[in-house]
Design a protein around this ligand. Sequence first.
Ligand code: XMP
Length: 506
Amino acid sequence: MVTLVDFGSQTAHLISRRIRELGGICEIINSDNALEKIKKSQTDGIIFSGGPASVYEKDSPTIDKKIFELGIPILGICYGQQLMCHLLGGRVKPGEKKEYGPAELRVQVIGGSGQLTKDVPSRITVWMSHGDEVVKIPAGFKRYGITKTIPHAVIADEKRKIYGIQFHPEVVHTEYGMKFLENFLKICGMTPKKSEIDKKFVDSLIKDIADSLGNEKAICALSGGVDSSVAALLVHKAVGKSLISIYVDSGLMRQGETDTLREVFGKYYKMDIQIIDAKKEFLKALKGITDPEQKRKVIGKIFIEVFEKEAKEIKAKFLVQGTIYPDVIESAGTKHAQNIKSHHNVGGLPENMNLFLIEPLRNFYKDEVRIIGEILGLPKSITQRQPFPGPGLAVRIIGEVTAEKLKILRKADAIVQEGLKDIKLWQAFAVFTGIKTTGVRGDQRAYGETIAIRAIEAKDAMSANFAHLPYEVLEKISVRIVTEVPEVNRVVYDITTKPPATMEWE
Ligand code: XMP
């Protein structure tokens, strides 16, 4: 295991992912009290991440110097390297040229190859992103790599096993980036092994689950989303009918979703799914509620009540959850990440249910979960599904949620889905704005609903831009909506970025 001390890096997750790709476990911790946390852990190596601060600034994040006396190998990346030099008696100053992007690294061989640069060719392209640079290395350190502008691109104190690099080995653009990390893991006494996700790997995953569950019963809350679908299917392959999947039909899903689920999991995979029709309960509980956060709370509460009632009757020993790796590290990670969690854990099941958790995907990233799903034979309509909020269409209807509004939104949304099915987007959907406007139909005045289209491009949930869709595509969707959904007489396109807007309207 490697502990990554996060000094505010944009790529902390990526570093942790690379470690995991090499077969290791990477725990991300904040730099506050890092020494204490590390002393209590069983870590084999420490990585100091990059970060936006400057070491010579007041209040910049730092670490207790005693960390260098623990005898655990340390790798400092970018700010991490500068910080270790600063603390150990070297010198850091603003670089004459700020470097962002590619640079040629020349690996130097000084009295034999360095451990960190072992098997790395003498000239490679690396990715830089820094304003400061190390101008004097601490006593005991040697240089192992330089670039045209940076004399200390790779440094090491081999005796104390402390290493520093100015560039980012974790980004794909750095050639041999994985080699640097692999070498570091070897220095830590680990045996890195590239893990490939293929059929054999998935089979071994299934076998592990079968061994852990034995003949006991398991239940799972299936939502039809990528994570819960893949987790449920893995467990089903392992224990067959001993897994009972519960799907709570809240009536807040998109058009055809319940049918697809029944078709794919029930008919095709012959899984034991209990579809609980709770539409009335949800609608009743949402009556009169217009505040978005209140909606989320009510939906979460009813979901848990319905699920618990069903689960009690099944008397299972295990609860299968589709927790994925970012959920695991985010809950232990930065304050910022924790905010994301609390926003998203609608439907989080109560801890007092007395069930053992089975989380077959807790070591995987979303794209890997998709690969596992594809290997298991799940259709692309499930593995490539766009994110869908836990509270469903309720947060896409502004104001009170009613059966009538849900019907209108579902129809309009299906047209948006169809119209954009060939365009790769983070998310695309229709919003029931609750604004009535004047229109004209067949020479008659009409007073109808306004539907907004939201189509967004994003790499993660933190920021987004609206998709620059061709007018012809938007026009087709708009014409279809006002023709096929007579209650609607106006369609608008949301052209706001996140921030300041969020992706969902509520
Ligand atoms: P926002 O609207 O916060 O959304 O920009 C970012 C991403 O999160 C999804 N989202 C939710 N997911 N429960 C969820 O499970 C929620 O309450 C929730 N709210 C937003 C949203 O669809 C987008 O992908």
